[in-house]
Ligand binder design. Structure first.
Ligand code: FAD
Ligand code: SIN
Length: 540
């Protein structure tokens, strides 16, 4: 029998979205946060540039809204953009109250945020903590959470599947045919046992999907688990074709990719080709600070044209002391790779960075599944449209986790205390296959095929090829999954294959080029047919 744990709130994920939500709902009941590694391990922890917010007197909400809409290439939801931009500043203030030490300039009354600039922004509006913003935010939030008696963190616990009508003893087909979520099956990866975590309300805050590609800025945790679980449970998923590639990760073959923040370009760094030419200007008058889709495509074209392995980020326009003072982490990390960025150009290439699509939510963070919220990178709130404006994602997580918590205040009293009887985790007929090589091979195959066929520039020919391959891999993975005792690696592989298959389906559906989705078969935007979200939902 599985251990059953009951909570008012089950939160899956301990990045900015999950922690923010936890802190706000703990006043209404007992909270469990399950997280698959150590609690700080998240995309949040690696965020560099900062949080976009119109907090300066030289900026305005309307400018931030305009920049977000322009970058989103016509399909942002205006209401989502407006609430995010307008509600953002109060939560930056609150993060400070929680102990986040943002970088400031001036003294006394004149002390204010040092605001950075990034691509697509028409003003300096990036609130940051040097070049380690995410680590500082995560530290502050975690320390608040650890001190809250109503919140318990379960590290090294990975969610396997959401508990819905499929997992209850007496199946009841609701009159309204709605799907409900009562929690999740969770694998304790240390003890190797599956437990049932019940939550009156569940928050999906599992972050991104970068690991579906061979080259990514994302840490290993970003395997799209939330999207895959919500899809399998019958939730609505939108816009997965819009994977954002960050233009500048350190080119260092054989090593883990390391991000060179866009803030470096905001401070004066210029992208150059091997001949020393500021080539991005040939593609867009904004040059190195054009939105990411434009810059990443320009680099991709430049590399294909020249056959070079990388382009270069030239920091000669930034004072040496400023580089060391404002980008200490990037400076030190590059130095450890024997590149002194105060003297040498940084070799860079694009890599997969941020998933703009995800589990569809409304403005309250509610998904299409009753009692299931989603926030952060896993969600598709409508804010980013076809391309995310830099540093809008930490902001989105703050705003939507707070919005969801406000909705909870209304909802929670109407939710009955009883849960339906949940079926125990069924692993009869499964074995401990010591087949690590199968998992690592399939993972590598998925990542390679996504990188080669579903990258920055796409075509129907390559997408179809990717579709045929991924179908085979996904089938094999599912077969293996059904006869094998679950492990973290196997669960992640299964989720990666689901997300890859879905991403290809979305990319094949969109017969136009918009924002981050560029295909040589339909190189133009087609507003008449495609100025809209694409939504896919599994019949369950
Ligand atoms: P995450 O912070 O990724 O947290 C997800 C959590 O879910 C993790 O704790 C993970 O372990 C857990 N999890 C996942 N699956 C499961 C499962 N099955 N069971 C249990 N737990 C699970 N955005 C900005 O706005 N500004 C920036 O400057 C910026 N810089 C970035 C730099 C880098 C290198 C990267 C990778 C991203 C950057 N981003 C930035 C994007 C931003 O960091 C993320 O979009 C954001 O942090 C996502 O927060 P989240 O809470 O949704 O997810
Ligand atoms: C960066 O610092 O370049 C990342 C910012 C972001 O992804 O929003």
């Amino acid at each position: 029998m599985n251990t059953v744990r009951r909570f008012d709130f089950l939160i899956i994920g301990s990045g900015i979205a999950g922690l923010t939500f936890a802190l706000k709902v703990a006043q209404y009941g007992k909270v469990a946060i399950v997280t698959k590694k150590e609690d700080a391990e998240s995309n949040t922890n690696y965020a560099q540039g900062g949080i976009a917010s119109a907090v300066s007197e030289n900026d305005s909400f309307s400018l931030h809204i305009k920049d977000t809409l322009l970058t989103g290439a016509g399909i942002c939801h205006k209401d989502a953009v407006e609430v995010t931009v307008k509600e953002g500043p109060q939560y930056i203030k609150e993060l400070e109250e929680f102990g986040t030490r943002f970088t400031k300039v001036g003294r006394g009354k004149n002390r204010k945020f040092q605001l950075g600039k990034e691509g697509g922004h028409s003003a300096n509006r990036i609130v940051h903590a040097k070049d380690l913003t995410g680590r500082e935010v995560e530290r502050a939030l975690l320390s608040k959470v650890r001190n809250n008696k109503n919140i318990k963190i379960f590290s090294n616990h990975i969610a396997i599947e959401l508990l819905t009508e499929h997992n209850i003893k007496r199946k009841r087909r609701k009159k309204d045919n709605k799907i409900h979520c009562w929690g999740a099956y969770i694998l304790d990866t240390k003890k190797k046992v599956v437990e049932i975590f019940l939550g009156k309300l569940t928050m999906l805050s599992t972050g991104g999907t970068g690991q579906v590609y061979l080259h990514t800025t994302n840490p290993d945790i970003a395997t799209g688990d939330g999207v895959a679980m919500a899809y399998r449970a019958g939730g609505k998923i939108a816009n997965l074709e819009f994977m954002q590639f960050h233009p500048t990760t350190l080119y260092s073959p054989g090593n883990k990719p390391f991000l060179i923040s866009e803030a470096v370009r905001g401070a004066g760094g210029i992208l150059k080709n091997s001949e020393g030419k500021d080539f991005v200007k040939d593609y867009d008058p904004r040059g190195s600070l054009a939105p990411r889709d434009v810059v990443a495509r320009a680099i991709d074209r430049e590399l294909k044209k020249s056959g070079a392995h990388c382009v270069y980020l030239d920091l000669s326009g930034i004072k040496k002391e400023d580089i060391k003072k404002n980008f200490p982490h990037i400076y030190k990390t590059c130095l450890s790779y024997k590149i002194d960025i105060t003297k040498e150009r940084i070799p860079v290439v694009p890599s997969a960075h941020y998933m703009c699509g995800g589990v569809v939510t409304d403005l309250r963070g509610r998904t299409s599944i009753e009692r299931l919220y989603a926030s952060g990178e896993v969600a598709c709130t409508g804010l980013h449209g076809a391309n995310r404006l830099a540093s809008n994602s930490l902001l989105e997580a703050l705003v939507f986790s707070n919005r969801a918590a406000r909705d909870v205040a209304q909802q929670i009293k109407n939710i009955p205390d009883e849960f339906p009887e949940i079926l125990p985790w069924d692993d009869s007929g499964t074995f401990n296959h010591e087949e690590w090589i199968l998992i690592s091979h399939d993972k590598a195959e998925i990542q390679r095929l996504m990188w080669d066929y579903v990258g920055i520039v796409r075509s129907d020919f390559r997408l179809r090829r990717a579709e045929r391959r991924i179908k085979l891999v996904a089938k094999e993975v599912e077969k293996f999954y059904k006869k094998t005792k679950v492990t973290e690696q196997l669960l992640e592989l299964r989720n990666l294959s689901t997300v890859a298959e879905l991403l290809i389906r979305f990319a094949l559906k969109r017969k136009e080029s918009r924002g981050l989705h560029y295909t040589t078969d339909f190189p133009e935007k087609n507003d008449k047919k495609w100025k809209k979200d694409i939504i896919i939902c599994k019949k369950v």
